[in-house]
Write a protein that binds this ligand. Structure first.
Ligand code: NAP
Length: 246
């Protein structure tokens, strides 16, 4: 489904980003894995290394120099802009509003929202310069639609990603660059490992499919959005939630 596609994936060292790398590589894409977690990235690479000419690059998505450097290195190494970008880098710093520090508000916005914006901008510019028909997939969250106790910072960042995605889709459509957002529900990754067991059990009761999702189920949706099978889809928000809060 993705043969011949060059795909940059942030947050590639863990969870959903790692699953995206694995699914995309199995579909024939060449992967550029980017993350601040170098050990995690190397682990991801060891899982896919036999499937193509993949590369890892350390990158802090909240730092514009780091993001621009990543895209320059991709162009140098592969003589092309990426055809696909999946923005999966993300963090949580959960506290209720009255206890949340300004620093933790800023940190989450910087990584989740500004980081997504920086990569969309850098990859979008490179796609335009090389006249590459592109697909950008931004990982938002169901919480960006519903809000959540203890996540004013995170929910705002993920709602922001939806607004960013729709605006970018409107600006880039005429260049055949599609931009979509995926809204995962509860997915089993290191990010949700810290959620107390009783809350996980309560959440499961609310999920029509009756279970937590796995990262591959998000990655499969990303693969669809990255491929020509979604050629008439842009500016969409796709919920992959087992039906939670539909
Ligand atoms: P994860 O397992 O914690 O993976 C996130 C990865 O992003 C980690 O490798 C992390 O490195 C990296 N990262 C953190 N800050 C970064 C930065 N500034 N620059 C580059 N990489 C950075 O989380 P996940 O569950 O896979 O989440 C992936 C995305 O899905 C996130 O955007 C998250 O908000 C979203 N999401 C997840 C769920 C869920 O239930 N899991 C639900 C909805 C949305 P470190 O390990 O060093 O921090």
């Amino acid at each position: 489904m993705l043969t011949g596609r060059l795909a940059v994936v942030t947050g590639a060292g863990s969870g959903i980003g790692r699953a995206v790398c694995r699914v995309f590589a199995s579909e024939g894409a060449t992967i550029i894995a980017a993350d601040t977690n170098e050990k995690g990235m190397e682990e991801t690479m060891s899982m896919i290394k036999d499937t193509g000419d993949h590369q890892t690059y350390p990158c802090d998505v909240s730092n514009s120099a780091s993001v621009n450097d990543l895209v320059s290195k991709i162009k140098e190494r592969y003589s092309s802009a990426p055809h696909v970008a999946v923005n999966s880098a993300g963090i949580t710093r959960d506290r209720t509003m009255m206890k949340l520090t300004e620093e933790d508000f800023d940190k989450v916005i910087d990584v989740n929202l500004k980081g997504t914006w920086l990569l969309n901008r850098a990859v979008g510019k490179a796609m335009l310069a090389d006249k590459v028909p592109g697909s950008i997939v931004n990982i938002s969250s169901l919480v960006g639609k519903t809000g959540n106790i203890g996540q004013t910072n995170y929910a705002a960042s993920k709602a922001g990603v939806i607004g960013l995605t729709k605006s970018m889709a409107k600006e880039m459509g005429k260049f055949n660059i599609r931009v979509n957002a995926v809204l995962p529900g509860f997915i089993e990754t290191p990010m949700t490992d810290v959620v107390p067991e009783h809350l996980m059990q309560m959440t499961k009761l609310l999920i029509p499919l009756g279970r937590i999702g796995n990262p591959e189920e998000i990655a499969n949706t990303c693969a669809f959005l990255a491929s020509d099978k979604s050629s008439y889809i842009t500016g969409a928000t796709i919920e992959v939630t087992g039906g939670l809060f539909m």
